[in-house]
Design a protein around this ligand. Structure first.
Ligand code: CMC
Length: 392
C-alpha cells in the first residue's frame, strides 16, 4: 500500500515468519525448533544444536556422526588465507580480521556466488563455514600474539580443536581439558540463535540480494561487533574492571547508568525483547560459578557482577524499564577463566551464533523471501534551484 509507517529500530515490525527460534520476552522463554534452551544447554552438544537449527530436527546417531565427520574434513582453510592474515597489523581487532577472512572465502570457492547452485553445493558451503570459522578465529588470536598459527587437529572434537589452535605452543602437545571444553560448548549452545536480532537481520538482508553465504555471514560478524550487540560482552568486563579499580562502589556506577546526561550504560543489562530475566543469563550465571569453582579460579570481578546485579534488580529505574541481566553479563567472566582474552569475546559469540545465522539464511532462501528494502519518510528540503559554485 502507499502508506508508510515509521518504526525506528524496527521495534514493532516483523520482517519475516520463521520456524527456527521461539522467544517470549515477557515470560523469559527461549526455544530452538521447539526445544527449550535449558534442556539443550544441559543435554545436547553445540554440533547437535547446529544440526537442529540448520536442518530442523535433532539428528539420528548416524546423521550426527556424518555431520561431525563432514565438519572435521573441512577444518583446514585455504593456505593463502594465511597470507591475507599476515597482511594485517598485529593490532587489528580480531572481529575485523574474522569478517575479512570469511568474506575472502567467496574468492576461494567462487561457486558460492551462484544463487542458483544445487543444494549439495549450498550444503558444502555451510559445512565449510562451520568447520573453518574456529580455525580463522584461533588464527586471528595467534596473529595478534605474534605467534605462528596452529593447524586443526581432527582427533579433537569441535571445541577442543578450537582450544588447541588457540593455546598450543610450538612443538607442544595439547592436553584436552573436559571442564574447559564443556564450558565452551555450553556457551556456544546458548549463543546459537536468537531470532531477528541485529546481526541475524543483517545476514538476512544481505542474503536477500542473493549475495553469497560467506559475504552474508561476514556482514553479520560486522553487525555483531558493535557494543550494543555482541560487543557488549567485552564492554561488561571493562566496566566491571573499572568498578573494581574504583573501589567496588556499585551504587555509584548505577547512578552513572541512570544519569541521562552521562552516555554510560550498564553493559550486559537490558534487551530489546526480554522484559524479564534472559533465560540464557540465568544458565550462564550458574555456569560461571561452576566453571570458576572447578578450575579453582577466583575472579574478584564475579563478586562485583553479582553485587551489581543485586543493586540493579532492586533499583526503581531498572524495575520500571524492565532491565534485567542479558546473555553478555556473565559470559565474559567464563571466557576469561578459560584463558580467552577480552578482544576475543565477541569472536566467541560469532562462533556460537554461526549456526543460527546459517539457519536463518537458509530458511530465507528456501522461503523465497523478496529482497529486503525498508522504506523511509523523507524529511529533507523540497525542490530548490541549483546555485552555481561561485554564487554560494
Ligand atoms: N543501562 C541504563 N539504562 C538502560 C540500559 C542500560 N543497560 N538499557 C536500556 N536503558 C534505558 C534506556 O535509557 C531507556 O530509558 P528511557 O525510557 O528513560 O529513555 C530505556 O531503558 C529503554 O531502552 P532502549 O535503549 O530504548 O531499548 P532498546 O530496546 O532500544 O535497547 C539494548 C536495547 C540492549 C541496546 C539496551 O538495553 C542497551 O544498550 N544495553 C546495554 C548493551 C548490552 O548489554 N547489549 C547486549 C544485548 S543482549 C545480546 C546481544 O545482542 O549481544
Amino acid at each position: 500500500s502507499g502508506i508508510i509507517t515509521l518504526d525506528r529500530g524496527f521495534k514493532n515490525t516483523g520482517s519475516t515468519s520463521s520456524a527456527i527460534t521461539f522467544l517470549d520476552g515477557e515470560k523469559g522463554i527461549l526455544r530452538y525448533r521447539g526445544y527449550s534452551i535449558e534442556d539443550l544447554a544441559e543435554k545436547s552438544s553445540f554440533i547437535e544444536v547446529a544440526y537442529l537449527l540448520i536442518y530442523g530436527e535433532l539428528p539420528s546417531k548416524e546423521e550426527l556422526s556424518n555431520f561431525q565427520n563432514d565438519i572435521k574434513h573441512h577444518t583446514l582453510v585455504p593456505e593463502n588465507t594465511n597470507k591475507i592474515l599476515e597482511g594485517f597489523p598485529t593490532t587489528a581487532h580480531p572481529m575485523g580480521v574474522l569478517s575479512s577472512l570469511v568474506t575472502s572465502l567467496t574468492a576461494f570457492y567462487p561457486e558460492s556466488l551462484n544463487p542458483n547452485r544445487p543444494e549439495e553445493d549450498v550444503n558444502l558451503n555451510i559445512i565449510r563455514l562451520l568447520a573453518k570459522l574456529p580455525t580463522f578465529a584461533a588464527w586471528a588470536y595467534k596473529h595478534q600474539m605474534g605467534h605462528p598459527v596452529n593447524y586443526p587437529d581432527n582427533k579433537f572434537d569441535y571445541c577442543s580443536n578450537f582450544l588447541q589452535m588457540m593455546f598450543r605452543l610450538p612443538h607442544q602437545r595439547y592436553e584436552e581439558d573436559p571442564v574447559i571444553a564443556n564450558a565452551l560448548d555450553k556457551l556456544l549452545i546458548l549463543h546459537a540463535d536468537h531470532e531477528q536480532n541485529c546481526s541475524t537481520s543483517t545476514v538476512r538482508i544481505v542474503g536477500s540480494s542473493h549475495a553469497s553465504l560467506y559475504s552474508s555471514i561476514s556482514a553479520g560478524i560486522s553487525a555483531l561487533w558493535g557494543p550494543l550487540h555482541g560487543g557488549a560482552n567485552a564492554a561488561v568486563i571493562k566496566m566491571l574492571e573499572n568498578i573494581k579499580e574504583d573501589g567496588g562502589d556499585t551504587k555509584k556506577w548505577m547512578a552513572k547508568a541512570k544519569d541521562k546526561d552521562d552516555p554510560f550504560r550498564l553493559f550486559g543489562f537490558g534487551h530489546r525483547v526480554y522484559k524479564n530475566f534472559d533465560p540464557r543469563a540465568k544458565i550462564i550465571k550458574k555456569a560461571a560459578d561452576d566453571v570458576l569453582n572447578k578450575l579453582g579460579v577466583n575472579d574478584p570481578v564475579l563478586e562485583i557482577a553479582k553485587g551489581l546485579e543485586e543493586v540493579a534488580l532492586n533499583d526503581e529505574y531498572f524495575i520500571e524499564r524492565k532491565l534485567y541481566p542479558n546473555v553478555d553479563f556473565y559470559s565474559g567472566i567464563i571466557y576469561r577463566a578459560l584463558g580467552i582474552p577480552e578482544n576475543m569475546f565477541t569472536v566467541m559469540f560469532a562462533i556460537g551464533r554461526l549456526p543460527g545465522w546459517i539457519a536463518q539464511w537458509k530458511e530465507m532462501r528456501e522461503n523465497g523471501e523478496p529482497i529486503g528494502r525498508p522504506r523511509q519518510i523523507y524529511v529533507g528540503e523540497n525542490l530548490r534551484p541549483y546555485v552555481d559554485v561561485d554564487k554560494r
